[in-house]
Structures are given as C-alpha cells and as structure tokens.
Design a protein around this ligand. Structure first.
Ligand code: HBI
Ligand code: FE
Length: 294
C-alpha cells in the first residue's frame, strides 16, 4: 500500500503509465493451478460472508474455475457494466500513477501470481488479490463511482499533503470494509475477501473492534499492514459510503491537520460500537509472530 513516491520512472519494458501487457498466454499451468486453488477455497466460503454486490460481480464476470482470467475477456463485461477496465502493472505503482488510473476508471492489477508456498500471505498485491478481491465490486455502479472519486481525491490529497489521511479511508473501506445488512455483517473489502483466514476472522473472531463508519474518525485511525486488523469499520450501504465521501474534504483536512491519530485498538467517545473486541488475538502476538500462515 505504500506507494513509491511521485514521478519515479516506470521499470524497463513498462509503458509511461506503468502498464504492461498481461501476457496471458505465458502463464504456466502451475500459475493457473494457484488461481484455481485460491478461487475454490474462497468461493466456497464467501456465500453468506461477502456482500451481495461482491457475489453478483463475481458471477457477472464469470471469474471461472479454469484459471487466471484474461483481462481482454473480463474487460468486455466490465466496460459494459460500469465503464471500468483492468490494466496490468508489475506491482505497486507510485501514488500519483495509481490515482491517475483510478480517476480514469482503470484499475491497475498486479500481473504476477503468488507461488504455491505463499497462498495465505504476501506483501505485494498479486493478480488474485487485485482481480478476485477488487474487480467484482467495480461491477457495482455506486462503488465504481466511489473508486473514481477516490482517484480524483487522491490527486488532490497529494497536492495538499493529506495523503496519509485519505489512504486510511481507502484502507478501511476498499481494502478492509464491512457492511451491515438485514442478513447480518457482510464483507466488501478486497483485503478480506481475498484472504481465507481474514474472511473468517473479520466476521467471527471476538478479538477485533467493529465500529460504525464515521469519516473523520476513520481518517484519524492508524492501520497495520502486517497482520489481521484490530478494528473494522462498518458501513450501512455502498450508497451511504458514497454520499458521505462526495463532499469536499477541504474543511475536513483543515481539522485533521490539528487532530491526533487514533491507535488501532483504541475506542474513543462517540464510537458506534457494533462489537467491542477482546483484542485477545493481537495480545497473544498475532499470526505472523507465532507461525507461518497455514
Ligand atoms: N499500486 N498497484 C497498486 N495497487 C495499490 O493498491 C496501490 C498502488 N500504489 C499506491 C497505493 N496503492 C496507495 O498508496 C494509495 O491508495 C494511497
Ligand atoms: Fe488491494
């Protein structure tokens, strides 16, 4: 998630906007098998866990069991549904490049896939996280607009020096968001839906706090990139998320520049508690401190 600074040059072989050819024909059978393994274990689990928008998107794109999808194929349907497309990139791209793609309704997706030895944890976003995790939500028209607005807002935040605040909004919504529905809590965050262990932890474990989404609160909250989250923020719907983030953030950034950060396990006055977590998991040292993920 941490970009690599502004205006660094693209790596050799990449275009000026950091895109590369997906090179779909060059994936090996072992690469496709990793996709199939991950795809099957996630889809089995996500009924009743992922939100309807995500599950509908997965169906619409027909991210089938045959292996790594060809972007040419998914882009036809994605273009038709919301005008978005997926473009291949080598890995993390600089913040300004990332925002420019989003503002133009292009989602940059890692071209490579993890090895069979790192099915559960890897640092850089690969094609499974990016395509399975992010792209289904981009078939939802409201979420599609939210992501474009994030790209536009990102360019603005960069200019104003408030990117740290805006990145927290992305983290706690696009990556790790939960949604309150009449059927119960559901996942919409890509970092959760693309992880077997966190898809269970985020909804069922007594450890993390689950708190009603409040924009300013979220933008003040630190996050961790090395383990399961200690707090999840819960929206009522994609529509309400889009409505509260549509307004101009100028005044908000002013207030944030004088406000203190909030720790990952902190509860502050005004929090709408959905679950008060025990934090038992984090206190016991977490996953990565104990043993390699299995
Ligand atoms: N690049 N490929 C890729 N994917 C991301 O999610 C990403 C990125 N560059 C920067 C970035 N995210 C974040 O720093 C911003 O959302 C703040
Ligand atoms: Fe992501």
């Amino acid at each position: 998630m941490s970009g690599e600074g502004i205006s660094s040059a693209p790596p050799p072989g990449a275009n000026q906007d950091w895109t590369i050819d997906q090179g779909w024909e060059a994936y090996s059978q072992a690469d496709h098998d990793v996709w199939i393994t991950l795809y099957e274990r996630q889809t089995q689990m996500l009924n009743g866990r992922a939100c309807d928008e995500f599950l509908r998107g997965l169906d619409a794109l027909d991210l089938h069991r045959a292996g790594i999808p060809d972007f040419k194929r998914i882009n036809e349907e994605l273009q038709r549904l919301t005008g978005w497309s997926v473009v291949a990139v080598p890995g993390l791209v600089p913040d300004d490049v990332f925002f420019d793609h989003l503002a133009n309704r292009r989602f940059p997706a890692g071209q490579f896939i993890r090895t069979p030895h790192e099915l559960d944890y890897l640092q850089e976003p690969d094609i499974f996280h990016d395509v399975f995790g992010h792209v289904p939500m981009l078939t939802d028209p409201t979420f599609a607009d939210y992501m474009q607005a994030y790209g536009e807002g990102g360019r603005r935040a960069l200019g104003l020096g408030r990117l740290a605040n805006l990145a927290r909004l992305y983290w706690y919504t696009v990556e790790f968001g939960l949604m309150n529905t009449p059927e119960g809590l559901r996942i919409y965050g890509a970092g959760i839906v693309s992880s077997r262990a966190e898809s269970i932890f985020a909804l069922d474990d007594p450890s993390p706090n689950r708190i009603g989404f409040e924009l300013e609160r979220v933008m003040r909250t630190l996050y961790r990139i090395d383990d399961f989250q200690q707090v999840y923020f819960v929206i009522d719907s994609i529509q309400t998320l889009q409505e509260v983030t549509l307004r101009d953030f100028g005044a908000l950034y002013e207030r944030l520049s004088g406000a203190s950060d909030i720790g990952v396990a902190e509860i502050v006055p005004g929090d709408a508690m959905i679950t008060r977590g025990t934090q038992a998991y984090a206190r016991a040292g977490g996953r990565l401190a104990r043993a390699p993920a299995g």
